[in-house]
Ligand binder design. Sequence first.
Ligand code: SF4
Length: 391
Amino acid sequence: MNFFVQRSELRDLYDKVAAGERISEADALRLFETKDLNALGAIADLARQKKVGNRASFIINRYINYSNYCILSCQFCSFARKKRDADGFELSIPQMVEKAREALKLGITELHIVGGLHPSLPFSYYVDFLKALKALDSRLQLKCFTAIEILHLAWMAKKTVEQTFMELKAAGLESLTGGGAEIFRKEVRDAIAKGKESAGEYLDVHRTWHKLGGRSTCTMLFGHVESLADRVDHLRQLRALQDETKGFVGFVPLPYQPENNDIPVKTPPTGFDALRTIAVSRIYLDNFDHITAYWVGLGMKLAQVALSYGADDLHGTIIEEHIFRMAGGQAPQLQTEKDMIKAIREVGRTPVQRNTFYEPIKILTDGAPAADEAEPSPGKSKVLEDNLATA
Ligand code: SF4
């Protein structure tokens, strides 16, 4: 038994996890309430080891926000703008293609694309940008849209959610993002994101996508006005949908960022809170393979530590993140592959470059160079070339 757990009040939960038993919501609340972060981390680390072994992953990707115009005004949001605002933007399809073309030279395998709920862009804009981006390289994976964007697109185009998905999928959509979950309990949702889709609608959009064979990630925005019981309730609903569809490939807890919004909480979650939330998520979400430490919100140093508290993924290289930065996030907009590999190796794990579905592209055993240390091939994605070579 782990040294930190031997005399801990959490020893019974360590035994449960070791025996492969599922923990209850009451257990999850106990874990959230403990001050014994070392014991909590040890239990999460055990759960992580049993699930994924010694690997920790990252993805080489690029974010593109196609527009920050939004018809809603969620209280916590620092990103959305109205048409009258000077710093509102919307990208043309050629502008998006240019950003993607540049990023392909850096070896990206995924584009992560979200935006606000735009008041007027036609459905054809979304279909056409997916097609144009896919035409750049058919192996480039397109992870796009939050659940509320899908509802908005369906509503604007007068289509069902299922029809909307089928048309976007035919154009190149491969994965749905997990954004917009916030906290599911209605009272908290009303306080931070009034007017946004309900928890039931968020889960229904993901359920529909999963039933069409799609895969997605899911999130939880923590550290604002919610209680610890609200976090447990949120995780409970995600675990239940995962039991039903098995369609989530990973869970990404997102620490709240306090600047430039209307929520009366002026500090981001502490390191203690971030680590315990990642740890409880790993232990409670026993039907999820992957828990991501989102370095954009945590900072790379804390994200690295989180690899010993249940996380097995550092997310992506990203390039040009807007949403967290406009809310005061201080992390840089890009992590190099080399930095991610170093962070993973330092904590004793084997780095794995993954694809959108958390499947390994490349396992970087000791001494293997990062793609950004290798000779680039002009105008081509090094990583995609490697994929082809190993296919
Ligand atoms: S969180 Fe999303 S839906 Fe809400 S205001 Fe911001 S961009 Fe719009």
